[in-house]
Design a protein around this ligand. Structure first.
Ligand code: ADP
Ligand code: ZN
Length: 227
């Protein structure tokens, strides 16, 4: 079956499973997965001047300034792969200002759906404490539920599996605080536009993906097909 591509945003607290779902959805719809967090971490690893400036924000759990993030994303969305088939946005938008900028960048195209992965704070704190990530390719692991086959080594690329520099207690607390203040208002923003689907993210990853795919199909059958 050939799927039609998709334009999706994945919202949710740190540890809600945005990255996991974004990877699964990008395979399902065959569209690029655009993670602003992965983009910034890659810039930090590269040691570029841009990366050196981004590192201070990331390590503290602070938001990178809107204008910087908007510039990075708009450049990415201009490339032909995303402008034709769409994208899965993971970690963007994170502020109302970013959401408004995105609408401007996309116009006249519309989003298919904004997925709100809902999970309680206690669960995400547990998930973040056990989260590990490949330092080379960004693949996600959990020491509890989904460890790499060989301890400390990435199944995908053989890179080193580490704890993220911003998965410290202080930076996690800071990110959750900023989520409530800056990002949670986006739930209302997209709900008012009739674009939001809230999904219970405490379920198994495959069940979450199935529900998202169903909601996208339902919304498409009620609105005109994407341009
Ligand atoms: P998490 O969801 O666990 O916070 P991400 O990988 O999405 O992790 O983001 C990591 C960091 O990258 C953020 O704490 C922030 O510093 C920066 N970042 C990512 N996306 C954005 C964004 N849209 N706006 C501002 N900063 C961002
Ligand atoms: Zn890897």
């Amino acid at each position: 079956m050939v799927t039609a591509g998709a334009r999706l945003i994945v919202l949710g607290k740190q540890g809600a499973g945005k990255g996991t779902q974004a990877v699964r959805l990008s395979r399902y719809y065959v569209v690029p997965h655009i993670s602003t967090g992965d983009t910034f971490r890659a810039a930090v690893r590269s040691g570029s001047e841009f990366g050196q400036r981004a590192k201070a924000y990331l390590d503290a759990g602070d938001l990178v300034p809107d204008e910087v993030v908007i510039g990075v994303v708009s450049e990415r969305l201009e490339r032909s792969d995303t402008s034709h088939r769409g994208f899965i946005l993971d970690g963007f938008p994170r502020t109302t200002h970013q959401a408004e900028a995105l609408a401007g960048i996309m116009a006249p195209k519309q989003l298919d759906l904004v997925v709100n992965l809902e999970v309680d704070t206690e669960t995400v704190l547990h998930r973040l404490a056990s989260r590990r990530v490949c330092d080379d390719c960004g693949a996600n692991y959990s020491v509890v539920e989904n460890p790499p086959r060989v301890n400390g080594i990435c199944d995908v690329c053989g890179g080193e599996v580490i704890q993220r520099a911003d998965d410290t207690e202080a930076a996690i607390r800071r990110r959750l605080e900023l989520y409530e203040r800056e990002t949670a208002p986006l739930i209302d923003f997209y709900d008012q536009r009739g674009q939001l689907a809230t999904i219970d993210a405490a379920q198994a990853p495959s069940a979450v993906t199935d529900q998202i795919v169903t909601r996208v199909a339902q919304r498409r059958s009620h609105t005109s097909p994407p341009a």
